[in-house]
Design a protein around this ligand. Structure first.
Ligand code: SF4
Ligand code: SF4
Length: 128
């Protein structure tokens, strides 16, 4: 039984969130979309608190999310999206993990917190 199995519902791609992109990620995504870097920045991102974030579209979903297609930059999506729902806070604290279940239906309610931690990319071992 998997502790996480993505249902492709797109709920984690909804709303003005915290999808910031490091410069190497921005360049990778711009290249993937075959856009000039400045056009990518102007059309797909916004600056908040000095960081570059993925913008949202008129439907309030992440600008890279398309109905029936899901994430259109899946092979090069930002590290934060790659990691979700195994964010450090979710693998460190059962209460935070519990709250994350409300945001992500892919987190298996029949599995324990320990199962979830074991399934995380680093098995719950903090990065050095
Ligand atoms: S909210 Fe969870 S189940 Fe839904 S798309 Fe995001 S990761 Fe997958
Ligand atoms: S980059 Fe992709 S996975 Fe990340 S929020 Fe946007 S659509 Fe979702």
């Amino acid at each position: 039984m998997k502790a996480f199995d993505c249902k492709m519902c797109g709920e984690c791609c909804y709303g003005v969130g915290g999808i910031f992109m490091e410069e190497d990620e921005q360049k990778r995504i711009a290249k993937y979309l075959k856009l000039k870097f400045k056009d990518f920045l102007a059309g797909y991102t916004e600056v908040r608190n000095g960081r570059i974030y993925a913008n949202v579209g008129r439907d309030n979903f992440c600008i890279f999310f398309k109905d029936k297609k899901g994430c259109t930059i899946h092979p090069v999506k930002p590290a934060r999206c790659e990691l979700w729902p195994f964010f450090p806070a979710n693998v460190a604290d059962p209460e935070t993990w519990d709250a994350a279940k409300l945001a992500c239906r892919g987190i298996n309610r029949d599995c324990s917190f320990e199962d979830f931690v074991k399934e995380s990319p680093n098995g719950g071992t903090p990065k050095k």
